[in-house]
Write a protein that binds this ligand. Structure first.
Ligand SMILES: *[C@@H]1O[C@H](CO)[C@@H](O)[C@H](O)[C@H]1NC(C)=O
Ligand SMILES: *[C@@H]1O[C@H](CO)[C@@H](O)[C@H](O)[C@H]1NC(C)=O
Ligand SMILES: *[C@@H]1O[C@H](CO)[C@@H](O)[C@H](O)[C@H]1NC(C)=O
Ligand SMILES: *[C@@H]1O[C@H](CO)[C@@H](O)[C@H](O)[C@H]1NC(C)=O
Ligand SMILES: *[C@@H]1O[C@H](CO)[C@@H](O)[C@H](O)[C@H]1NC(C)=O
Length: 611
């Protein structure tokens, strides 16, 4: 278990493979090409004449009669050899003692001890390559020795490149290298001496949990970054969630968990929507501030809703151009209110404006209800209380979040309350406003529906029974009042419905999906498995998505929720940007020009804003 301590790893790997890093790796020192005696020297090796009985090489010859091609050059492979399990044929040694060749394969054993558990596929591939290169298969019926396969060498390149890069010590074999015994390179034809893999899955992922704590990788392949805090022999790390053995997933990790580019482009799109929302809601805000007659009772509600939605949409300005500066404190860590002032500010504004949007929408709903159902103008002179409630309540919640240091970036694209506390601090206070409003809205809706149906029935009746229908004038007047109310207020009704729908959708999204994000942060094996996929040969963001997909909010749902909240301002504009608004602007500009023009004597362009 302890074999992979850093020092040992470094010393031993240096011993195995490090020689090569000082020289040209492919020339003389790779594992598969042990510097065996010259082919020309081989016959004169002292042991050579004794090969047929081979007593001095400790080999137990099993079937020497089977070796037809010059029998003295072939021998059986010993059971205790390094390549045992890989080599099960009589080997061509050109008379050299097996023990001598074995000595050259020593590094393989060290490599197996060091990487066998972390990268079994690499070790297996290296054995297959080295053994088939060092021990050509004895030819049958006088044929020449059969060389190992090019594909075995390419397997090593494939399976070992990443782990050698991570450890910084390995040296990949040169596939053109010639065997010192036969003078031939590895064979590329189909009849080469292919050795079967000795592990169940020759393309298994690396096993990162087999890395001993305290080991720090030499190099982190893209897209991973070096952990600035990691030190060999310690378990210091920038992030226990996103870093392993000195390599970290760059912030924000979600960019790498979805297929390449999806998260970035998706959030760019919702950011653009939010940006448009902020512009048009700002226009509505200014309209309701500037235009005459807008700063009175029912319009005043819309003014406040516009202000809230503008604040809610303008948080996108914090991430324009570079969302990372908002989401990330540095290359690796995510933002919290304590390490990124931008995140703190944006989060505070978002919390405040979400709640104030809900509050003012609720006020709109209650006003609608009182007006439609009870025919009351309750709010007309109560804006003092309304302002205190609808701006004060969000302020309190915002201050609580900041005081509890809970604002941070978690996922999606903005800083909000941390997932552990988001329900207590954010959603439940919001529910306290939205749920009653929602019920009241439903009541209003049913009332209107009921009246509308009665109205329909009554108009039928009034058509069929010409005079008798006039017997009951009081309900008719009330119905008329309701119809008028709906005609006047359908915009507010629609906006309140949209606002409620958005909030409810966002909640459902959070309630059903947030546990996935929490799991991902708490269960290291999930990220471990994903990292293994990414670091293993052929690993790529797009192919590793399947591993982590179930531990993330589904992309479509996340984008739908994000799009809904991002389009609030656009809805406001579409619903309330009615023609009377443009006419009022036109009049206002006209009036301004008149008073302006009387001084400047400039009159052209009066029809500029005409509709
Ligand atoms: C072997 O090394 C020499 C110089 O050290 C280099 O020029 C040559 O390309 C190397 N051979 C291979 C196959 O890499
Ligand atoms: C290989 O053989 C040549 C002569 O054929 C000799 O000069 C050289 O020293 C030998 N190399 C080794 C490593 O024995
Ligand atoms: C050697 O191989 C031959 C055929 O290849 C077989 O008949 C014989 O039994 C084998 N001898 C031993 C000792 O395995
Ligand atoms: C294998 O590793 C041991 C230490 O673990 C070292 O002493 C030995 O020299 C290494 N053998 C080779 C061939 O590198
Ligand atoms: C990975 O290594 C750990 C520790 O050595 C071991 O418990 C686990 O079974 C290995 N996993 C796989 C898939 O081999």
């Amino acid at each position: 278990m302890k074999f992979l301590t850093t020092r040992k790893l470094q010393i031993a790997l240096f011993a195995i493979l490090g020689l090569a890093s000082a020289q040209q790796p492919s020339n003389s020192t790779d594992l598969g090409a042990p510097s065996l005696p010259n082919a020309s020297n081989a016959p004169s090796v002292p042991g050579a004449p004794n090969i047929p009985s081979a007593p001095n090489s400790g080999v137990n010859p099993s079937n020497i009669t089977a070796m037809k091609a010059p029998p003295t050059l072939c021998t059986a492979y010993p059971d205790n050899g390094i390549c045992h399990g890989f080599v099960d044929y009589s080997v061509f040694t050109k008379g050299a003692p097996v023990a001598m060749i074995e000595k050259q394969l020593g590094p393989l054993v060290n490599m197996s001890r060091l990487l066998g558990k972390v990268a079994p596929s690499c070790v297996d591939a290296y054995y297959r390559y080295s053994c088939s290169l060092a021990y050509p298969k004895c030819g049958e019926n006088g044929a020449g020795p059969k060389m190992g396969c090019q594909s075995a060498c390419q397997d090593v390149q494939h399976e070992c490149t990443n782990i050698f890069m991570l450890t910084g010590k390995g040296v990949l074999p040169d596939c053109n290298k010639k065997s010192p015994l036969t003078g031939q390179p590895l064979s590329s034809d189909s009849s080469c001496n292919a050795i079967a893999p000795q592990i169940a899955d020759p393309h298994a992922f690396y096993n990162l949990s087999a890395i001993t704590p305290g080991v720090v990788m030499a190099e982190c392949p893209a897209p991973f970054l070096k952990d600035p805090l990691a030190k060999a022999g310690t378990t210091d790390t920038t992030s226990t969630i996103y870093c392993r053995a000195g390599c970290c997933i760059p912030c924000p990790a979600q960019n790498y968990f979805y297929p390449e580019g999806w998260a970035v482009h998706g959030f760019l799109a919702t950011d653009i929507l939010r940006f448009i929302s902020s512009i048009v809601s700002f226009f509505m805000l200014v309209s309701y501030l500037v235009l005459p007659d807008k700063r009175r009772h029912p319009s005043l509600l819309i003014l406040n809703v516009s202000a809230s939605i503008f604040l809610f949409s303008m948080v996108v300005y914090f991430s324009i151009g570079n969302p990372q500066k908002l989401q990330c404190a540095n290359l690796v860590s995510v933002s919290t209110q304590d390490n990124n002032i931008l995140c703190a500010t944006q989060g505070a504004i978002l919390i405040f404006s979400s709640l104030s949007t809900c509050c003012w929408s609720a006020a709109l709903i209650v006003n609608l209800h009182l007006h439609t159902v009870w025919n009351l103008n309750f709010f007309t002179n109560r804006y003092g209380i309304l302002n205190i409630l609808c701006w004060g309540y969000p302020t309190v919640i915002m201050i609580v979040s900041i005081a509890m240091h809970q604002i941070k970036f978690e996922f999606a694209n903005l800083c909000l309350v941390s997932v552990d506390r988001i329900f207590e601090i954010f959603f439940y206070p919001m529910a306290a406003v939205v749920c009653p409003a929602f019920l009241i809205h439903i009541a209003t809706f049913f009332y209107i529906a009921k009246i509308a149906i009665q109205e329909g029935v009554q108009s039928d009746m009034s058509q069929s029974m010409s005079r008798t229908s006039m017997t009951n004038p009081t309900p008719a007047r009330r119905h008329k009042h309701v119809i008028t109310a709906v005609q006047i207020q359908w915009r507010a009704l629609l906006l309140a419905m949209l606002a409620c729908g958005t909030v409810v959708f966002y909640w459902i999204f959070y309630f059903t999906q947030i546990h996935r994000v929490v799991d991902l942060e708490q269960d290291r094996t999930i990220t471990n498995h994903w990292l293994e996929c990414m670091l293993s040969p052929g690993g790529h963001q797009d192919s590793c998505v399947t591993i982590i997909r179930d531990h993330l909010p589904p992309y479509g749902l996340m984008m739908a929720a994000e799009t809904l909240v991002s389009t609030q301002g656009i809805w406001l504009f579409v619903i309330f940007g009615k023609s009377s608004l443009w006419r009022e602007w036109n009049d206002l500009i006209y009036d301004l020009r008149i008073s302006f023009g009387s001084r400047r004597k400039e009159k052209n362009g009066e029809q500029f804003f005409a509709l």
